[in-house]
Design a protein around this ligand. Structure first.
Ligand code: 26W
Length: 812
């Protein structure tokens, strides 16, 4: 049953009256947004209910994706697109004299994540639903999302991000599905009719209340669920929390997202957060499973639990607790079911990011969990002693010198461990986790990351999307591999020109946004050279900055130098406790002030650091990029996903052979990407033999010498402390990430960028090759591989058509 524009407008106006007693012309963007979103939600709620019912009817194996972070960004436009309502609502709004784009700006980003890991989890939610796969998200409903970033005098300042204070139309509170999570106290094992049973002494109970958000599939009448847990004081425990203070302690559990994305703080509250959503999630899953009377001994055939990095690794012990203590299963059978049910993804090899919790802290959070972890560890060591050397046991066991290695728990307690790009998985198998790879080779596998082509092309870059439709039809919209058909149009000069025009239009839009938000005027004819990602030393925003200073000094020496004008665009948040990263932010802003206000430079160089980088800002920046900076030290970036988003939007990549950059190169070919820098072998060699002497590069390379001096000799004003900190880190602290080592080759690659950009048809042709190959990096394919090779689940049969919209359009 097709919905018509008239029907929609009628329903929209009726809802606006019901909710706000307002006419369209008197409503604010916020009211119009809330109204539209509620009409949209009604549009998929019936399908949401039926999808779940269908799972039960078909007795479908379910996957539960546990992630402490989700980064959906905004949902309005992607829901409209996936429901097949986008064009209809867009023209209905035009008819009412409204702009969908403007109204959509009223939606807050759901920023419940730091960066790559959280965004990938949300991409996987969208792709699972669009592939018709039974995948449910499980996470935390933080009241405060990732902090809002403001620059004050060039310094990052963090402001609270109270994203819920306008309400959240997409969530449904499920009070009736609440569960109690036990914390603290002591646990004694007492013999009860011959079986050791845990007896809990003065635990305190927190009530976990789930809030469900529908995850709408792409034109397939399939809506999955993302469940986020909120902490509340159970009525029965009220007396234990008499004071506001004590009540706040409970609410704090889910109040704020930890803003670190690579450095484990080791905070008790963080560990409590991890146990809270793990226990709440698993208890509600087993409660649901029990309802259908299937034997616990077969639970792994009906449920898969995925552990997204180590933050949910206590799933292994909590599942054991439930099977042992609640379901009275024997240890071996319980552990067998646990290994079959659990699977784990590693997202980083950075030592400081691998979680290691002191035994006493886990004991404080939930003593029973530490008992079970200790027993898993004891039996593991015992079993291994029969067939392995002691150091292999001590190097892989879970508990060592009072420390619990969460990655070891996840690997030993699950049947699959995957990396997120080929190089990353190789490094896990050959280096970081080689002992485990030796013990369980069959458990290791690679799943190269992906992105949702719907958000990053269909929604973010409609100009380019339309050109593609005209060239190869619209099949790519549901099967992005079809984009490769563009490769047969490489000699279509009009197409090549149109690709250039669309990019230029996107740059004009971004230039307008930059003017509005920063006051800086940039020319859309310049090269838009973009680096947007979390601020981290290994991502080497500093290498990019040294390049910019070099270009500035060149123009100071010779203002008439014939250069292609460039606009350097940065977006990056630093973890609040990451001092070095914050110093780099200050320096980028001060170099920007210096260059942007230097009359001799004019339009030749501009530096723009956009505040508060996140998903929605990325949707504005990426379609306008010419150059994508993916310059991490080889071996450090597990995969990267912005690299894929830039490629899809026809930007050319300047890249090291790191993470997924390598696979992008493999697809587009050496000629359509600018590769530079140390290769993994060279980095590993330097790290092994400590033969790298950064100060030599400062001493022997006059260009580099002068650039570095600019950080301490006043050339770059008002960076006293920060300039010295950076200079010392590179020249005296031996430059941990080989910034000086890669500088010369980086400049060479950037020289090629400039040369190529001077030939627009050659440039745009290379852009077309990148777009044509970007379809392979769709997370629809990535998640299908997880389903086929790790979870062993199949798409559910689509709901029968009678009560669903025709040609994939969701009914009103
Ligand atoms: C304990 C603090 C903490 C928090 C988050 C440590 C580590 C993390 C994440 C694992 C960091 C992260 O986001 N990793 C990124 O994951 C992306 C998705 O797989 C990859 O594309 C990036 O390369 C990787 O840095």
């Amino acid at each position: 049953m097709e919905i018509t524009k008239e029907q929609f407008i009628k329903e929209f106006k009726r809802r606006l009256t019901d909710e706000y007693a307002l006419d369209v012309k008197d409503a604010t963007p916020e009211e119009l947004y809330q109204t539209l979103a509620s009409v949209v939600k009604s549009g998929y709620s019936d399908i949401w209910r039926k999808t779940w019912k269908n799972y039960i009817k078909e007795d479908q194996k379910q996957v539960y994706y546990f992630s402490i972070e989700f980064l959906p960004g905004r949902l309005l436009k992607s829901n409209l697109l996936n429901m097949g309502w986008y064009e209809l609502v867009d023209s209905a709004f035009k008819e009412m004299g409204l702009s969908l784009d403007e109204i959509a700006e009223a939606e807050r980003d759901m920023a419940l994540g730091n960066g790559g890991l959280g965004r990938l989890a949300s991409a996987f939610m969208d792709s699972s639903a669009s592939d018709g796969l039974p995948v449910n998200g499980n996470g935390i409903r933080y009241k405060y999302g990732l902090f809002k970033q403001k620059f004050v005098d060039g310094y990052q300042v963090e402001l609270p991000n109270e994203w819920l204070n306008q309400g959240n139309v997409w969530e449904v509170a499920r009070e009736s599905k609440a569960v109690d999570v036990k914390f603290g106290g002591q646990v004694y094992l007492e013999e009860v009719d011959g079986v050791l049973q845990p007896v809990y002494k003065n635990p305190y109970i927190i009530r976990a209340v789930p809030y469900d958000t529908g995850i709408v599939g792409y034109k397939n009448n399939h809506v999955n669920t993302m469940r986020l847990w909120d902490a509340q004081i159970p009525a029965s425990e009220e007396v234990k929390f008499p004071t506001i203070e004590s009540r706040r302690k409970v609410e704090d559990l889910t109040s704020v997202l930890y803003p670190d994305d690579s450095n484990e703080e080791g905070r008790l509250l963080r560990l409590r957060q991890e146990y809270f959503f793990v226990s709440a999630g698993l208890q509600s899953i087993v409660r649901h499973y029990r309802k259908y009377g299937k034997p616990m001994s077969e639970i792994s055939e009906h449920i898969s639990v995925h552990i997204n990095d180590t933050h949910p690794a206590m799933c292994v012990a909590e599942f054991m607790r439930i099977l042992l203590d609640d379901e009275k299963m024997g240890w071996d059978e319980a552990f067998d079911q646990t290994v079959k049910t659990m699977s784990y993804t590693n997202h980083t090899i950075m030592a400081e990011a691998l979680e290691k919790w002191p035994v006493y802290l886990i004991e404080r959070v939930q003593p029973r969990i530490m008992q079970i972890i200790a027993e898993i560890d004891r039996r593991y060591a015992l079993e291994l002693a029969k067939r392995a050397e002691t150091d292999l046991i001590s190097g892989t066991r879970i508990v060592n010198n009072g420390i619990v290695h969460m990655a070891h728990l996840a690997i030993i307690g699950s049947h699959s461990t995957n990396g997120v790009a080929k190089l990353h998985t190789d490094l896990l198998e050959q280096d970081v986790l080689k002992d485990f790879y030796h013990l369980y080779p069959e458990r290791f596998n690679n799943k190269t990351n992906g992105i949702t082509i719907r958000r990053w092309l269909q929604i973010a870059d409609p100009r380019l999307a339309k050109i593609i439709d005209k060239t190869i039809g619209t099949k790519w919209r549901s099967n992005s591999k079809e984009l490769h058909n563009l490769a047969t149009h490489l000699n279509d000069r009009r197409l090549i020109a149109n690709i250039g025009k669309a990019k230029h239009q996107n740059k004009v839009d971004l230039a307008k946004y930059i003017k509005q938000t920063t006051g800086i005027v940039v020319s859309p004819d310049a090269i838009f050279d973009v680096q947007v990602k979390r601020l981290h030393a290994y991502k080497r925003q500093l290498l990019n900055l040294l390049k910019i200073v070099k270009y500035y000094l060149d123009l100071k020496d010779d203002p008439k130098k014939d250069v292609v004008p460039r606009v350097f665009i940065f977006g990056a948040k630093a973890a609040p406790s990451y001092h070095y990263a914050k110093s780099i932010i200050k320096c980028i802003n001060e170099v920007g002030n210096l260059i942007n206000n230097d009359k001799t430079i004019k339009d030749k160089l501009k530096v723009v650091f956009l505040e508060n980088y996140g998903v929605s800002l990325a949707e504005k920046i990426i379609p306008a990029a010419d150059v994508s900076e993916q310059i991490s030290t080889a071996t450090k970036e597990a995969s990267g996903t912005s690299n894929m988003k830039f490629m899809l939007n026809g930007a050319l990549t300047v890249a090291t052979l790191d993470g997924a950059n390598i696979e992008i190169k493999d697809y587009v070919g050496e000629d359509n990407i600018f590769i530079f820098g140390l290769k993994k072998e060279e980095v590993l060699q330097y790290e092994a033999d400590h033969s790298y002497q950064a100060s030599d590069y400062y001493a022997n390379d006059p260009i580099l010498h002068r650039v570095l001096d600019a950080f301490v000799d006043g050339t770059i004003p008002s960076i006293g402390a920060e300039g010295a900190e950076i200079f010392n880190s590179l020249v005296h602290a031996n430059d941990e990430y080989f910034v000086l080592r890669d500088f010369e080759d980086y400049l060479r690659a950037q020289g090629e960028v400039e040369k190529t950009y001077r030939n627009p048809s050659l440039w745009n042709k290379k852009c077309l090759v990148n777009i044509a190959n970007a379809g392979y990096f769709s997370s629809d394919y990535t998640i299908q591989k997880y389903a086929d090779e790790i979870w062993h689940v199949v798409p559910s049969d689509p709901l029968d058509g009678k009560d669903c919209g025709a040609n994939g359009q969701y009914p009103l």
